[in-house]
Design a protein around this ligand. Sequence first.
Ligand code: MRU
Length: 367
Amino acid sequence: MKINGTPYRSIWLDDDGWQVKVIDQTVLPHRLDIASLKTLEDAAAAIKTMVVRGAPLIGATAAYGMALALRRDPSDAALGQAYDTLYATRPTAVNLRWALDDIRQTVAPLPTAERAERAYRRADAIADEDVAVCSSIGDHGLDLIRQAAKANPGRTINILTHCNAGWLATVDWGTALAPIYKAHDAGIPVHVWVDETRPRNQGAALTAFELGSHGVPHTVIVDNAGGHLMQHGKVDLCITGTDRTTARGDVCNKIGTYLKALAAKANNVPFYVALPHTTIDWTIEDGVRDIPIELRDAREVTHMTGRLPDGSVATVEITAPGSGARNDAFDVTPAELVTGLITDRGVCPATSEGLHSLFPEIRASAE
Ligand code: MRU
């Protein structure tokens, strides 16, 4: 997607062929800084500190992190250590494990002299595949928005989203935002309600930035406003992303997604979740019980970062001194609250049958 007319991906290989470039998402929307990842440690730190974030982008960064590690040392011991270091960065998004397994399986059988080069090419392929997959999610989700537009001729379609599941969370296009970009580009009048998404404000900072850069009409709202807007008929549908989707269709996404799904159910607003197949964890059924939820630093709750009138960016304390705070980063929305899953292979009900109908090879390989 474009920033000020220039096309970007969220991650790419430098012209030198080995350094990895990423957009530093901790300083958006105030500054557009490009960070260079030169070592395994750089890649791990970028994921942990959320210079890069969003399930698919975490996976792509981890893949390049493996390549950086193998460039320095292609031994079995280094391969194992790189896997463990990257795996320990963030626990919830399953794309991380998926990408690390992919690279390890690709390079482990090779002579050490060939490993780094092959890891780079596989990481490139993972990034390219993510772009194609997200574009496909956009096409399938576009059909849903088209239907909503047909049912409401001449009226703008209002879509609520939570966190950032746009191109910055993937390599390009995004998941939840891909259908919105495609609808906007197709001339369907859309408007997006953007949940600010405390504590890190991925909605206010990143989703609003993305949509604004692409010219999509949007309005930032506080996280608690969604239910009210739904009660008053101001939301036609919700679309969010997911960091891990279980085999029966439970979805784990940024904290607060569950409350939006409850409000949507109570107000008969369709609640869709957009996901690449790399987000499905076929080993888990019950998301509430089995998905590890990241507990982040309480300082993200007690402090906020923003731009001062002089243009500088500062972090300020917002809570009473001495108050405790807790920072669960994700929650699980049970499948029964999800109207449908928008995948790269089409839209399906959030059920085991629905998912297996789109991914029949999973059952076949288990037999
Ligand atoms: O903590 P974050 O910013 O990595 O959380 C991101 C989300 O919750 C996204 O909605 C999710 O990764 C889906 S991204 C296409």
